[in-house]
Write a protein that binds this ligand. Structure first.
Ligand SMILES: C[S@@+](CC[C@H](N)C(=O)[O-])C[C@H]1O[C@@H](n2cnc3c(N)ncnc32)[C@H](O)[C@@H]1O
Length: 246
């Protein structure tokens, strides 16, 4: 079953307080890296899967995109997105699971997904669908929680008796599937996949890999409490790939 934790009152309230919700893209540790890999949006049709507050739809429109379609399973996230991008008639939102999208073939130039694919159980059919809705030469760029981060499930450090970080657990790496993670103090379902699965799935669908990055926090964010610990293990993975031009 597709879960929808972002519509849960308590979770939504906590998510709304995160720096990435308050400050937007500038508050997201991976943004500088993702931004440096983005294709030119001028005149392009964007599909944003798991668009949340619509920050990336807004960014695309500010950078000359022709249109942006944001898909999200949470109507509460989309209410915020709608408000943030109301100045553009060419931004449309669809409240549905990304696995269920049914856009005509070759409708988009760019498909982007930021930190949402790890909520999807069946990755391969989704990637095949994205391949078909992209035009030849189109780009798929996505960030996900890194397989090292999702493997053991708890997504928390191991601490000593004084609460000092010892290390980050990586366990059950090759057992893909459902994990019960604690995110913002709430138990939430995510799906773990190996690095091989992420990369081979896009290759099998027909994409060519263009970039793979494990983003590190930018130097100017290092003073934020806890940020230096983000250098101890990868938390995110960014993949950029291209559908062959005809
Ligand atoms: C961590 S937030 C990221 C939001 C946005 N992409 C960003 O980077 O600011 C994950 C988003 O994915 C959405 N989501 C989770 N599972 C989904 C699914 N199966 N289909 C569509 N959206 C989903 C959630 O509702 C949430 O808005």
């Amino acid at each position: 079953m597709k879960e929808n934790p972002y519509d849960n009152d308590k979770f939504f309230a906590k998510y709304s307080q995160m720096p990435r919700s308050v400050q937007g893209l500038e508050g997201a540790g991976e943004w500088e890296t993702l931004q440096s890999l983005l294709p030119d949006f001028k005149g392009k049709r964007l599909l944003d899967l798991g668009c949340g507050y619509g920050w990336h739809c807004a960014y695309a429109m500010e950078h000359g995109a022709f249109s942006a379609a944001g898909v999200d399973i949470s109507h509460r996230m989309l209410e915020v997105a709608q408000e943030k991008t109301k100045q553009w008639d060419q931004v449309k939102y669809y409240c549905c699971a990304m696995e269920d999208i049914s856009f005509p073939a070759e409708s988009f130039d760019i498909a982007l997904s930021s930190l949402a694919f790890h909520y999807v159980e069946n990755f391969s059919p989704l990637i095949h669908k994205i391949y078909s809705v992209l035009k030849p030469g189109g780009t798929l760029i996505f960030s996900v929680e890194h397989p090292v981060f999702t493997a053991s499930g708890s997504q928390d450090w191991y601490y000593d008796s004084e609460g000092k970080i010892l290390h980050f657990p990586v366990d059950n790496y090759y057992y893909e599937g459902k994990r019960s993670a604690v995110f913002l103090g709430e138990s939430i379902t995510k799906y773990h996949r190996t690095l091989t699965t992420y990369l081979n799935t896009v290759l099998t669908a027909g994409f060519t890999l263009q970039n793979i990055v494990e983003p590190q926090p930018p130097a100017h964010m290092m003073d934020i409490p806890g940020m230096k610990d983000e250098m101890r293990r990868p938390m995110m993975l960014i993949v950029k790939c291209i559908k062959a031009a005809e």
